[in-house]
Design a protein around this ligand. Structure first.
Ligand SMILES: *Cc1c(COP(=O)(O)O)cnc(C)c1O
Length: 417
């Protein structure tokens, strides 16, 4: 499907002209397509056919309630990494019974709340965490459903900040240590062993590291079986890359099929984040000034690194597209830079575009790790988010106000004591 496409030289989000949205909701703005989110999710769901499976959307990719609600209505599960994310899922109509809880440092309070709400499974990431989950479950006189996150030591060939499956990364336990942990868990009155889990990184564009990890995990599962430890699911993580530029990506149907060919009757849990929301969102910003005549030409835009951090954090690429063709524009090779007082404040570099002051520029595929990574740096209110479905559209998060920036702050009065 073509969610964001040109019609009469103007960019549309589904059936709505992006310029109309900008005029109505202001700039800068995140715009999401409901149709694209639904079709991305369904592609995963359908690839599994009748095989028992649970798609646990990784909430951290985009945790807006409007996004979560669309997925909850489809029957999605969720991969959460904090209690805040779990409460969001519930507020959006999602079921705790379909949530897996990942992350290297679950606090006692988080474990307790997750147990009370009845999540599907804890993805336990260390021996110390296993002890803590067990002790909280004991305190509540219950049994905690667990899976152990193993670190399969495979190179996912991605940006070092988002590679998670190498033994030097902080995630999971080494495969060689997992056996002892499983034995311990199996003997506990307060732990229920449900599965095995791994997640090797993000924005992965080749299938071989996934298959390598799967094979290592299945080997461990059969070792465990020989020891009398059975499990009902394997959680193969997320990490499927999307095309930001001209990357080739993984064929989802083929990947899932090759997983199903190997797992027997184990339920499969998949935790895609980026692949569900990445191409379903754009970030649109307006040209404030054009600055030419030096070594570089700058289009100074009203969006900045605090709104969309991926380019400055990971050196990520987003396609930059003029929302409308402007015959009065200047054709040049532009760096798109924001108002923040750092040289790292850029959203794109060396882009050939025809631009004039006031033009809107869309940064494409900004639906994942976009708004969620935004901050108030330079005392900039965070931007609004809009959902589009066909010709309908509505705010799913209103723009912050300047007043809201310091509502939690106060002046320290040194004379009180
Ligand atoms: C971030 C994360 C995901 C999602 O990764 P994507 O690359 O967005 O698919 C899945 N599982 C875990 C444990 C994660 O930390």
């Amino acid at each position: 499907m073509n969610t964001f496409s040109f019609n009469n030289n103007a960019l549309y989000a589904e059936s709505v002209a992006v310029t109309d949205l900008m005029v109505e909701y202001g700039s800068p703005l995140y715009i999401y397509s409901r149709g694209q989110i639904v079709s991305n999710w369904q592609q995963f769901d359908q690839a599994f056919g009748d095989h028992p499976h649970l798609i646990c959307y990784a909430v951290k990719a985009n945790s807006n309630l409007g996004v979560l609600n669309i997925l909850a209505k489809l029957g999605s599960g969720f991969d959460i990494v904090s209690i805040g994310e779990l409460e969001r899922v519930i507020a959006a109509g999602g079921l705790p019974g379909r949530c897996v809880f990942s992350g290297v440092s679950k606090t006692k309070t988080e474990i307790q709340r997750a147990l009370e709400l009845g999540i599907y499974c804890f993805n336990v990431e260390s021996a110390a965490e296993l002890d803590r989950v067990e002790s909280v479950a004991k305190l509540l006189s219950t049994k905690a459903p667990i899976s152990i996150r193993v670190n399969p030591d495979v190179d996912a060939n991605t940006h070092p900040y988002i590679a998670t499956g190498l033994k030097e990364n902080k995630f999971g336990v080494g495969i060689e240590k997992a056996l002892a942990l499983y034995k311990k868990a199996e003997l506990s009155k307060h732990l229920d062993v449900f599965g095995l889990d791994y997640h090797i990184g993000s924005q992965i564009t080749e299938v071989s590291p996934f298959i390598e990890a799967l094979e290592k995990a299945l080997e461990l599962i059969s070792q465990l079986k020989a020891e009398g430890i059975k499990m009902s699911h394997i959680d193969i993580g997320g990490g499927l890359g999307i095309a930001y530029n001209d990357e080739k990506t993984i064929n989802i149907e083929k990947y899932i099929q090759s997983v199903l060919d190997k797992v027997g009757d184990l339920e499969v849990i998949l935790e895609p984040g980026r692949a569900i929301v990445g191409n379903a969102g754009i970030f649109v910003t307006q040209v404030e000034y054009l600055k030419q005549g030096g070594v570089k030409s700058f289009a100074i835009i009203d969006g900045a690194m605090n709104d969309l951090q991926r380019p400055s954090l990971y050196g990520s690429y987003h396609q930059a597209i003029a929302v409308e063709n402007n015959s009065k524009g200047i054709k040049d090779t532009w760096d798109l830079v924001g108002p923040i007082c750092e040289t790292g404040d850029f959203l794109a570099k060396d882009r050939e575009l025809t631009l004039a002051q006031g033009d809107y520029i869309a940064l494409m595929s900004a639906g994942a790790y976009g708004f969620v990574l935004s901050s108030n740096y330079n005392s900039r209110p965070r931007v609004a988010e809009v959902m589009v479905s066909g010709s309908n559209h509505a705010l799913v998060r209103k723009r912050e106000t300047v007043g809201s920036l310091f509502e939690n702050e106060s002046i320290f009065n040194n004379e009180i004591n």
